[in-house]
Design a protein around this ligand. Structure first.
Ligand code: UDP
Length: 234
């Protein structure tokens, strides 16, 4: 296995079994604010890998095309190799995070309808927001691909909202990424975990995601383990 890429939360290796696959390893690191804040906990890789595996298995079972193939061990999965689009796709159900800050409003308001947003992936530029028109004008994606991604993001949102609801968690917002495989099919890539979702306890509104780390609320490890436990029990 050769290391191809090391990101903030994962390492990506070649797969000795297939040139069209990659091995993704979840690390114990936790970062926020463009990696200016760093932390970790001992079983973070295992817990995030477990959560992501359950979510991708669920999405696949509902007909969403993803890069996920199988879990190999506690912290590693096999996925299809994708050429990733340089965009983060955020879907929101409630007002929180950067949108609450931009509007100067309290977090928690339920939005009139879910919204899909694009951010250009660039650490040096701080992942700037791009409208879908800007994505087209800049030639980052063609219009068929923009429509396909917007549709897939909304479908994934409605599936995940119901899935988390069964675990008594409210899906406030989340970030996903898409890419193209060797057959030019557009698939959901990356991973989905409390690092990239806002999950609030349905009853107490307690934050069960990376905001515990971002805002120094404490107990981030406990919250991630609780999310895994709830999803495992579905
Ligand atoms: N998000 C992410 N990676 C990023 C930016 C955002 O996973 O680089 C996730 C974040 O965890 C949240 C959603 O996308 O669930 C919306 O994030 P927002 O735009 O509110 O930005 P943030 O508050 O993270 O700065």
């Amino acid at each position: 296995m050769n290391l191809i890429y090391e990101g903030k939360g994962k390492k990506v290796f070649t797969d000795p079994a297939s040139p069209d696959c990659r091995i993704v390893e979840f690390k114990n690191d936790l970062t926020a604010f463009n990696a200016q804040k760093k932390g970790s906990f001992p079983d973070k890789g295992e817990v995030s890998c477990g959560i992501s595996h359950l979510i991708f298995q669920f999405l696949e079972s509902k007909g969403v095309q993803t890069h996920w193939i199988e879990k190999i061990n506690a912290t590693q999965v096999r996925v299809q190799a994708l050429k990733m689009f340089p965009l983060e796709v955020v879907v929101r159900n409630r007002l929180a995070g950067s949108l609450a800050k931009k509007m100067g409003r309290e977090e928690g308001e339920i939005l009139k309808q879910p919204c899909v947003e694009f951010y250009y992936k660039s650490d040096s530029l701080g992942d700037p927001f791009l409208s879908s028109e800007q994505v087209l004008a800049l030639g980052l994606l063609d219009s068929a691909t923009v429509s396909q991604i917007q549709g897939a993001a909304l479908k994934i949102n409605s599936l995940l909202k119901q899935y988390f609801q069964r675990a008594h968690l409210d899906l406030v917002d989340f970030k996903i990424e898409f890419g193209e495989n060797a057959h030019k099919e557009i698939l959901l890539g990356d991973d989905i975990s409390p690092d990239s979702c806002r999950l609030w306890d349905e009853k107490t509104q307690e934050r069960m995601d990376k905001d515990r780390f971002r805002k120094d609320l404490g107990g981030v490890d406990k919250a991630y383990r609780e999310v895994l436990k709830r999803l495992e029990s579905l």
